[in-house]
Design a protein around this ligand. Sequence first.
Ligand SMILES: Nc1ncnc2c1ncn2[C@@H]1O[C@H](COP(=O)(O)OP(=O)(O)OP(=O)(O)O)[C@@H](O)[C@H]1O
Length: 256
Amino acid sequence: MDGNQNHGEAEPAIVVEGLHKRYGQKIAVDDVGLRVERGEIFGILGANGAGKTTTVETIAGLHRAGRHDRGTVRVLGLDPQRDRAALRQVLGVQLQDARLHDALTVDELIGLYRSFYPHPRPAAELVGLVGLEEQRSVRFDKLSGGQQQRLSIALALTGRPRVVILDELTTGLDPKSRRQMWATVEQLRDEGSTILLVSHAMEEVERLCDRVALLDAGRVLATGTPAALVAEAGAADLDEAFVALTGKHAEEEEAA
Ligand SMILES: Nc1ncnc2c1ncn2[C@@H]1O[C@H](COP(=O)(O)OP(=O)(O)OP(=O)(O)O)[C@@H](O)[C@H]1O
């Protein structure tokens, strides 16, 4: 495929074809293909170790391809390896365990990130999106884990990205913060952004995602709307569909 071909606005937000990624002998991603349309909230669902984070980190250009790695990734037509600078301007990424400078305050970190973009969101809007209005002068290392996570989400949104990757958006957040993050994601979609959401929280995926790819052992087992996956599995809900399609239990014990 010629990555220089420009298909204009009709082109999907994210295209992944034949993606393979190994860590040494460990095959983490095994021929993954995804197509995320513009304006969608697209979920990547899977158990621990399914290859979700490796897939989205590759989409974000964070993995250099090794000898056995192959596949094509395009984000708004950009190649994440070749077009790194251009990608930074259109993609916002919140990753698991983001490490930020401990000694900087919320406002200082937001100011730093705002300096990276020509038209950043105002700082007040960013803290409002994630409910950190009261913590603006608090140092990063004095924030709670959930507050640090919410800050990393705000930082991912600083440059008004057209595509946003959120890895474990609400893991570890309290119910109020979780609902606030869900509302923020819906607001981003309403503004026209495309969101790629990694999760193993069925409720979150069922509530937020337009479509979902179910990953297991580095492979895509099924792709579709949450309702279609439930129907395909002959299940009552997404939790049950997950078990039926992967043969694995999701988060809690399952009786019969
Ligand atoms: N840096 C690494 N070195 C070696 N193996 C790795 C590395 N990162 C991930 N793996 C392995 O690759 C596989 C896929 O990991 P990945 O983190 O992509 O899965 P995941 O679906 O995001 O899991 P989780 O839900 O636990 O975050 C796992 O078996 C994991 O142990």
